[in-house]
Design a protein around this ligand. Structure first.
Ligand code: AMP
Ligand code: ZN
Length: 461
C-alpha cells in the first residue's frame, strides 16, 4: 500500500546526458513507464508523482564537451552537449510510447539542495571535510550495505581501486569535490574555499527529497545501480533525515544483452534507440518504437533480456495481428479485460503473463465473441502502453519505415485491377508477384452487396 494513496510517489534514476541513449537504457524507461501507467490507472492520474531526473553534471559530460567542441569555452560546450543529448533522449523515448514523468528535475538546478544536504550530513557527524572534498563517512552508519546486501568488512576487503589518501575508509564516497580550470563549479559548502561540484549520488538524494519528501513509495533503476549508487543514496538520505528507509520498495530491472552477448562498442553490437528507430543497423531495417516496447515487455523486468532481431520480428507480427482486429474505431468504455490485465500487472509487473492473456483476448476478438470485443481488447492493451494508435496510424507508420513508394503501389494495383477486368490472369499474377518482390502483400475482398473486388495492401515483413 502507498504511504498516501492520494499521492503515490516514485523516483527513477534518469540518464546522464552526454551521448545517445542505447537500447539498454530504454529498458528502465519502458518498465517504469508501465508502472507509472498502472499506478495512474489504479490511483487516478492526478494521484501519482513520478520523478525521473536528468544528470547534467558529470565528468563524462565534461570530457565529451571538450572533445566535441574544442573551440568553445568549457561551460558553453557543456551546455551544447547536455541540451542536444536531452532533446534527442526525449525524441527517442516518445517513439516508445513513454509518458512524460510528472517532474523531470535537472541536477544543475538543484545544487543548493545538494549543498544543504551535505552540510546537514557534516553537522550530524556522517560526513567530513578533507583536502577540499566532502566525504560520506560509511563507518557512521551501522547498516551501510543493507540494500545491496554487503557487509562493510567484505566491501573494504574487496576494494581494489586506488584509494585517495584523504579518505578515512576506502568505502567513503565523495559528496563534493573541488573544480579547477574550466571545470563547472559552484561556491563550495562547509566553509570550503573556491568552487566545486557534487558527486554523483548526492544529486538523487537531493532531488528525491525535494520533489517526493524524506520517505516515499518506490525507487527504481537498472540492477547495476544497486551498488554503489542506490546504496549511497540511501545512506545520504537516511542519515540526513534520520529515517529508517528512503523508499519503501526498490525495483531494479535486469540487464539487456544483444543476440546472447554483452552489448559493447568493442564487440560492434552496441545500438542506440535512435539507430534502431531511424537507421538500418539492426536486422537491416528500421523498427517502429512500439515493436521495441512489446519486445522488451515480453521478458519479466527482473530477468536478463536477450534482445534479438527474431524477438523484434515476433513482436511486430503480434502487433500487426492485433492492429488488424482493432481497426480504426474509437472506444471509450473500460472493461473486465482491462481489470484482468491490471490484476496480472499488479503482481510485480508480470508483463509476460499479461501479454499471454492479451493473446487469449485477441483470439476471442478474432472469433467475434461479441461486438464490443475490439474495444475491450484495445483498452486492456493500452494499460501496457500498447495499441495506443489506430490501425491506419500503425499502417502508415510501417509503410513510412519501408522504402516503398505508395504512389507506385497504387498504380500497380490499378493496373492489376484492369488486367483482371480483362481476364488477363497472367498479367494480374505477374503484378501481384512484382508487388510481393517489393515486400507488398495484397488482400482482395469482395463487397457482399455489389460483388465488387476491393484490394488493400500492407508491407509484409
Ligand atoms: P546510465 O546512463 O549508464 O547511468 O544508465 C541509465 C539507466 O539505464 C540506468 O537505470 C541503468 O541501470 C540502465 N542500463 C544501462 N545499461 C543497461 C542494460 N544493458 N540493460 C538494462 N538497463 C541498462
Ligand atoms: Zn540516482
Amino acid at each position: 500500500m502507498p504511504i498516501d494513496p492520494s499521492n503515490v510517489r516514485m523516483y527513477v534514476c534518469g540518464p546522464t546526458v552526454y551521448d545517445f541513449a542505447h537500447i539498454g537504457n530504454a529498458r528502465p524507461i519502458i518498465v517504469f513507464d508501465l508502472l507509472f501507467r498502472l499506478l495512474r490507472h489504479i490511483y487516478g492520474p492526478d494521484h501519482v508523482t513520478y520523478v525521473r531526473n536528468i544528470t547534467d553534471v558529470d565528468d563524462k559530460i565534461n570530457a565529451r564537451a571538450a572533445e566535441d567542441y574544442p573551440d568553445l569555452p568549457l561551460n558553453e560546450a557543456i551546455g551544447q552537449v547536455t541540451s542536444k543529448t536531452t532533446d534527442q533522449f526525449h525524441k527517442d523515448i516518445a517513439a516508445l510510447g513513454v509518458l512524460e514523468p510528472t517532474v523531470e528535475p535537472r541536477a544543475t538546478e538543484h545544487i543548493d539542495e545538494m549543498k544543504k544536504l551535505i552540510e546537514k550530513l557534516v553537522e550530524k557527524g556522517h560526513a567530513y571535510v578533507a583536502e577540499g572534498h566532502v566525504l560520506f563517512d560509511v563507518s557512521s552508519m551501522s547498516d551501510y550495505g543493507k540494500l545491496s546486501n554487503r557487509s562493510l568488512d567484505e566491501m573494504e576487503a574487496g576494494a581494489r581501486v586506488e584509494v585517495a589518501p584523504y579518505k578515512k575508509s576506502p568505502m567513503d564516497f565523495v559528496l563534493w569535490k573541488p573544480s579547477t580550470g574550466g571545470e563547472p563549479g559552484w561556491p563550495s559548502p562547509c566553509g570550503l574555499e573556491g568552487v566545486g561540484r557534487p558527486g554523483w549520488h548526492i544529486e538523487c538524494s537531493a532531488m528525491a527529497g525535494k520533489h517526493l519528501g524524506e520517505v516515499f513509495d518506490i525507487h527504481g533503476g537498472g540492477i547495476d545501480l544497486t551498488f554503489p549508487h542506490h546504496e549511497n543514496e540511501v545512506a545520504q538520505s537516511r542519515c540526513a533525515h534520520g529515517t529508517n528507509v528512503m523508499a519503501n520498495v526498490w525495483m531494479h530491472n535486469g540487464f539487456l544483452q544483444v543476440e546472447g552477448e554483452k552489448m559493447s562498442k568493442s564487440l560492434g553490437n552496441f545500438i542506440t534507440i535512435h539507430e534502431l528507430l531511424e537507421t538500418e543497423k539492426f536486422g537491416g531495417r528500421k523498427w517502429p518504437g512500439e515493436v521495441l516496447r512489446l519486445a522488451m515487455l515480453m521478458t519479466h523486468y527482473r530477468k536478463p533480456l536477450d534482445f534479438t532481431v527474431q524477438g523484434l520480428e515476433v513482436a511486430e507480427k503480434i502487433l500487426n495481428n492485433w492492429y488488424r482486429e482493432i481497426g480504426d474505431v474509437e472506444f471509450s468504455e473500460t472493461s473486465d479485460w482491462e481489470l484482468e490485465i491490471q490484476n496480472i500487472l499488479s503482481d510485480d509487473l508480470n508483463t509476460p503473463e499479461a501479454i499471454t492473456r492479451l493473446s487469449v483476448f485477441y483470439d476471442r476478438v478474432r472469433t467475434h465473441e461479441d461486438s464490443s470485443a475490439s474495444g475491450r481488447f484495445k483498452h486492456a492493451a493500452n494499460l501496457l502502453g500498447l495499441l495506443l494508435n489506430s490501425r491506419s496510424e500503425w499502417e502508415k507508420k510501417r509503410s513510412s519505415l519501408s522504402d516503398v513508394d505508395s504512389g507506385t503501389v497504387k498504380e500497380l494495383i490499378a493496373k492489376r485491377a484492369q488486367a483482371r477486368a480483362e481476364k488477363n490472369w497472367a498479367e494480374s499474377d505477374r503484378i501481384r508477384d512484382e508487388l510481393a518482390g517489393m515486400g507488398i502483400k495484397l488482400k482482395d475482398s469482395k463487397d457482399p452487396e455489389t460483388g465488387e473486388i476491393k484490394t488493400t495492401w500492407e508491407v509484409a515483413r
